[in-house]
Design a protein around this ligand. Structure first.
Ligand code: GLP
Length: 241
């Protein structure tokens, strides 16, 4: 695992943006694994800037998001589909058909999960997966205790995760209880993984990750077993080290 230390949130976003632009420019049909939440917001702004400056085109890119809430449709303001469309996808030259996010409204959620896995495989696997870090160590929505062998599946969210994400909703009660998420094995099958960590509130989780003990009780620790992981972290996230 490579650790890249940057000064702040802006530098983290810029660094990861450049890594993505380089990869997209090299590959014929790049496959990006994308994340939501607060962490990658500025990264997506930077990617739009790079597109507008004609430094990159996403015309041949395919995207797969990590997760989606169950029960929210794509046009719901708190769905991750809506987040991705607004924060990145509608601003660049990617066709909506090349972008994938689990359908949290699917009638048969198990079938939706299996289809999602099949789509990733058909695309040739994920070239770069972007990850944020949950305060309890979750990646995607894989909460503590999730099997390292898991594929895309339906999860019940931890109350701590619902609380952490309540800031995006009108009130805490509206945060869904369930979600679909890529499994840990799905994430680990990516060719390269970039974990973005910024801010003091992530310092304790990052400290635990870099301490090196691999355990399903701290899902992000599985990244220590992947051959090509870069952690891009800012000074405040590293303040407990
Ligand atoms: C959320 C998302 C993850 C995200 C993580 C960190 O619950 N499901 O994909 O990476 O938690 O969120 P944030 O970046 O807002 O701290």
């Amino acid at each position: 695992m490579e650790l890249v230390t940057v000064s702040d949130y802006e530098q983290m976003s810029k660094n990861v943006c450049q890594q993505i632009v380089d990869k997209v420019n090299i590959l014929k049909t790049p496959v990006l694994g994308l994340a939501t939440g607060g962490t990658p917001e500025l990264l997506y702004e930077r990617l739009i800037d790079e597109y507008k400056s004609k430094n990159v085109s996403f015309a041949n890119t395919f995207t797969f998001n990590l997760d989606e809430y169950v029960g929210l449709s794509g046009d719901h303001p708190n769905s991750y589909r809506h987040y991705m469309n607004e924060k990145l996808l509608k601003h660049v030259d990617i066709s909506i058909h090349q972008t994938h996010i689990p359908n949290g409204m699917a009638e048969n959620l198990e079938e939706e999960c299996a289809n999602y896995e099949a789509l990733i495989e058909k695309a040739g696997g994920i070239d770069i997966q972007i990850l944020g870090l949950g305060m309890n160590g979750h990646i995607g929505f894989n909460e503590p205790g999730t099997s390292f062998h898991s594929k895309t599946h339906v999860v019940t969210l931890d109350s701590s995760t619902r609380q952490a994400n309540a800031r995006f909703f009108p009130n805490a009660a509206e945060v869904p209880h369930k979600a679909i998420t890529m499994g840990i094995n799905t994430i680990l099958s990516s060719k390269k993984i970039i974990l973005m960590v910024s801010g003091e509130k992530k310092a304790s989780a990052l400290n635990r990750l870099l301490n090196g003990e691999v355990s399903p009780e701290f899902p992000a620790s599985v990244l220590l077993e992947h051959p090509n992981v870069t952690v891009v972290a800012d000074h405040s996230a590293l303040s407990l080290l």
